[in-house]
Design a binder for this molecule. Structure first.
Ligand code: CP
Ligand code: NVA
Length: 311
């Protein structure tokens, strides 16, 4: 039994194998679509997957629910904090109970420690569908999207502009593992966690990638093959939104900033996007934007993940 609580739960080779499987599932789904056949396979036949959400979601909830359906399994979405993780019931008890019913638990919550506690008690694979610390499923779809566009990851550079948050952490770890250099440009006081940067630097040493953390967005974007941003205030940080908007004002991804990226660079955003804040509307509408491919790839990448964990 394996969990996917962090990008660090898989090796670089395992990451690349997941991306290969995601590409295969994407091609197979398109072929079934063209042929007018059912999109439902049998990899999870007779199996159930709990989807627990303690924070809002569009993409993650929809892509996991459709993904489990298309693998022939049954998804049990639990929504709007109805489980009351750690409030209505102890975190470990929730894991132990769900593990008696289902074959895997996908969970979006706040603390990485709660996720780990739940996983330790569950007895079935647990998948991180976003915590305050990481968003590893997002990173799978992000790498799939970059690879689709550029053909390979090793030797390329992705620059993330903005908050050193969950999305930045997973990108740092995932990129560094597969040889994709990752540069993070953040405002003072919003750097990614030092332990994540140190881990990414170790992975980069082995893969030949580079990890750069800076407060200069222009220098960070220079020559990048992909430019990525995320909201300035994450879920749970709503009360900091005004303070952050002031501190992040120079970190908007504008057409002027994109002009410093390499020819053929793509713009990525995990979404939801706030046009006029972290990204200019023109960039979202530009041909460089691959944000909806990225959102679609959540489906394929997570199907690959579930089929592998439960295979
Ligand atoms: N990118 C992402 O995880 O979107 P949701 O929050 O809508 O699931
Ligand atoms: N960093 C954002 C990502 C949303 C998908 C958040 O945690 O709200």
């Amino acid at each position: 039994m394996r969990h996917f609580l962090s990008v660090d739960d898989v090796t670089g080779d395992e990451l690349l194998a997941l991306l290969d499987r995601a590409d295969e599932l994407k091609a197979e789904r398109a072929a079934r679509h063209r042929a007018g056949s059912s999109l439902v396979g049998d990899q999870l036949q007779g199996r159930s997957v709990a989807l627990v959400f303690e924070k809002p979601s569009l993409r993650t909830r929809a892509s996991f629910e459709v993904g489990v359906h298309e693998l022939g399994g049954k998804a049990l979405p639990m929504w709007d904090g109805e489980v009351g993780l750690g409030r209505r019931e102890a975190v470990a008890d929730v894991g132990a109970v769900l593990g008696r019913y289902v074959h895997a638990i996908v969970i979006r919550t706040f603390g990485q420690d709660d996720l780990e506690e739940l996983a330790a008690a569950a007895g079935v694979p647990v998948v991180n569908a976003l915590t305050d610390h990481e968003h590893p499923c997002q990173a799978l779809a992000d790498l799939q999207t970059v690879r689709e566009h550029h053909g390979e990851l090793a030797g390329r550079t992705l620059t993330y502009v903005g908050d050193g948050n969950n999305v930045a952490h997973s990108l740092l770890l995932a990129g560094a593992k597969v040889g994709l250099s990752v540069r993070i440009a953040h405002p003072e006081g919003y750097a990614p966690a030092p332990d994540v940067v140190a881990a990414a630097q170790r992975h980069a040493g082995a893969s030949g990638a580079e990890v750069v953390v800076t407060t200069d967005p222009r220098a960070a974007v220079d020559g990048a093959d992909a430019v990525y941003t995320d909201v300035w205030a994450s879920m749970g940080q709503e009360s900091e939104a005004a303070e952050r908007a002031a501190k992040f004002a120079d970190f908007q991804v504008t057409p002027q900033l994109m002009a410093h990226a390499a020819d053929g660079a793509v713009f990525l955003h995990c979404l939801p996007a706030h046009r006029g804040e972290e990204v200019a509307a023109e960039v979202m509408a530009s041909p460089a934007a691959r944000v909806f491919d990225q959102a679609e790839n959540r489906l394929h990448a997570q199907k690959a993940l579930l089929a592998t964990l439960l295979g």
